[in-house]
Design a protein around this ligand. Structure first.
Ligand SMILES: [Mg+2]
Ligand SMILES: [Zn+2]
Length: 188
């Protein structure tokens, strides 16, 4: 019997800062600075029960490229976030970090779609069936560039960016209160 080709999975791409944990103007640099956004962990646990979906974090961490945060500490912070997600009953199937400073010309810093494309290749993702959830214009633009659907949340910088969607030609992007609302919207 011939093997069926692996069926690509839809993904829920998630920005980290401003979506899962609180944004900090001076970057999240230590474990002590991690504050989970209310409801985010519970929402991720619910999403983890959806069959077939892959849950993938894609995060710009220019603090590394700026020399404010060591790659090792960045990894420790992401490990901690992942542990807390798992402890709450959720999971992350992938976690991609752009460590580069703006202007470095990399292909991974959002609004570039590099991290999403890399994840799609590694995890066998169906990008048109996927969604990118973020609090910044660059999240929406990265999702668009990768060919996913997009949702803006009002947490983090989202309330700032919501009135700026229109001037970026993105007024059709749905805006939800937070990650819990965005996941409920997407999965309904
Ligand atoms: Mg963000
Ligand atoms: Zn990069």
């Amino acid at each position: 019997m011939p093997l069926l080709p692996a069926r690509p999975h839809p993904a829920i791409f998630l920005d980290r800062d401003g979506v899962i944990i609180e944004n900090r103007a001076d970057y999240v640099k230590t474990q002590q600075e991690i504050v989970f956004i209310p409801g985010a962990l519970a929402a991720l646990a619910l999403a983890a029960r959806e069959p077939g979906y892959r849950l993938v974090v894609v995060t710009n961490q220019s603090a590394i490229g700026r020399g404010v945060l060591s790659p090792l500490m960045a990894e420790a912070i992401n490990d901690y976030v992942r542990q807390q997600v798992v402890a709450a009953g959720g999971r992350l199937d992938g976690l991609y970090v752009c460590p580069h400073a703006p202007g470095a010309g990399c292909a991974c810093r959002k609004p570039e779609p590099g991290m999403l494309l890399q994840a799609a290749e590694a995890l066998g993702l169906d990008l048109p069936a996927s969604v990118m959830i973020g609090d910044s214009l660059s999240d929406i633009q990265a999702g668009r560039a990768a060919g996913t659907r997009t949702l803006l949340v009002r947490t983090g910088l989202g309330a700032y960016f919501e009135p700026r969607l229109a001037e970026a030609g993105l007024s059709s992007v749905p805006v939800l209160a937070d990650l819990a609302a965005a996941l409920a919207y997407w999965l309904s």
